[in-house]
Write a protein that binds this ligand. Structure first.
Ligand code: GTP
Ligand code: MG
Length: 364
């Protein structure tokens, strides 16, 4: 391009590029569309209670949000759902990675929807906090269940502490129940505190195992044995059948060593195959018996009441902690105090006292 010929005067200003519109009409359109899609709290409540899955998912997302505005809306939805919740069976499923939890849930879940039940599958998976993956990420294992209109599968929320994930799962249970799901399956991986958290939100706790080389009881934590209502040896198929039956007997013997449970229920042992489906229907029969017995002796209701008390305190504990550690003033004080402790300038106890006093002073 020959500019000299076009603009001979040195005073001439270049045409330049016109600035972008201050308000992009495209963005406005998008925002308007989004607003239209966004439900009011009441619409969301109505949707959940009517069993609308998209609204259920929206409500769960709201619960998982860390935005303060969302918290108020989430609490409103939860409160409205509360009278409609509670009418379900909550089953916890645990076992080490690879034991076949996802495959089992697919098989068991399909069996339940076949019986006319509405099944929600949730997860408590603190490891997803680190990996940002998800315990239910391997959705290929639940191909059939995902397609089932009577099943709802929601992976664990990530980027959270175990306390946070557990509380959100607990709230999601309520939403699912209000949306008409009558059987809730909660998967957790057999590590750390996540089992205790799941145990505190379910009626029935199932431990999945596979047969090993005769050392079945090794590596199994005493605490878990005390929590379980049923031990199921999975992968009892093909060459594994004999070994699985032996493992079952061994667990049966081990369970006898534990004192009787308050529930009046004697934990059961059984075998199943999530591939051939052998033993799957019997597991549901066992759970039905459990419910009959524990509702009969009122343990079922007492346990739920105790769980509510537990979650009241847990939620307070968790939110106090979050509030404390997210406080910018505290973060500053904590940082300098940590250094002082590291340099032996102050004892950790005196330092803790100092930081806490700072926090309490801020509250006043
Ligand atoms: N033969 C046989 N294989 C099974 C059975 N159940 C699961 N498997 C296989 O075991 C492997 C692990 O199964 P998953 O369902 O992914 O196990 P998981 O416990 O969910 O594993 P994580 O999600 O890693 O904790 C897969 O290859 C399954 O096909 C079973 O009953 N019999
Ligand atoms: Mg899995």
């Amino acid at each position: 391009m020959d500019n000299k010929n076009q603009h001979p005067s040195s005073l001439h200003e270049k045409d330049g590029i016109s600035p972008p519109e201050i308000i992009s009409s495209k963005a406005v359109e998008q925002i308007q569309l989004l607003r239209k899609k966004q439900r009011t709290t009441q619409e969301l409540i109505n949707g959940v209670l009517a069993g609308n899955i998209s609204d259920l998912s929206r409500a769960v997302t709201l619960i998982e949000s860390t935005n303060a505005n969302h918290l108020a809306k989430a609490n409103e939805v939860l409160n409205a759902c509360l009278p409609h919740a509670n009418k379900s069976v909550r089953i916890g499923i645990t076992g080490v990675p690879g034991v076949g939890k996802s495959t089992f849930i697919e098989a068991f879940g399909k069996h339940l929807t076949g019986l006319g039940k509405k099944v929600a599958v949730l997860a408590v998976d603190p490891s997803s906090t680190i990996s940002h993956g998800s315990i239910l990420g391997d959705k290929t294992r639940m191909e059939e269940l995902i397609k089932d209109p009577n099943a709802y599968i929601r992976p664990s929320s990530s980027g959270e502490t175990l306390g946070g994930v557990a509380r959100k799962t607990r709230e999601t249970i309520m939403l699912c129940e209000a949306a008409g799901f009558d059987t809730i399956l909660i998967e957790t991986v057999g590590v750390g505190q996540s089992e205790t958290a799941v145990h505190s939100m379910v009626d029935f706790f199932l431990l999945l195992k596979i047969s090993g080389a005769g050392d079945e009881l090794q590596g199994i934590k005493r605490g878990i044995m005390e929590m379980v209502d049923a031990i199921v040896i999975n992968k009892c198929d093909g060459d594994n059948i004999k070994k699985s039956k032996l493992a079952k007997t061994e667990f049966e013997r081990a369970l006898h060593l534990f004192p009787a449970k308050k529930s009046g229920w004697i934990p059961t042992t059984s075998t199943c195959s999530s591939i051939t489906l052998e033993g799957i229907p019997e597991i549901w029969q066992t759970i039905e018996q459990f419910i009959e017995i524990t509702k009969g002796n009122t343990y079922f209701f007492e346990k739920r009441a105790a769980q509510n008390q537990y979650w009241l305190l847990e939620t307070i504990n968790e939110q106090l902690k979050t509030n404390f550690y997210n406080n910018p003033e505290i973060q500053k004080v904590l940082e300098s105090t940590k250094k002082a402790v590291q340099n032996d300038e102050i004892s950790p106890f005196a330092a803790a006292q100092f930081v806490l006093e700072n926090y309490f002073k801020n509250l006043k």
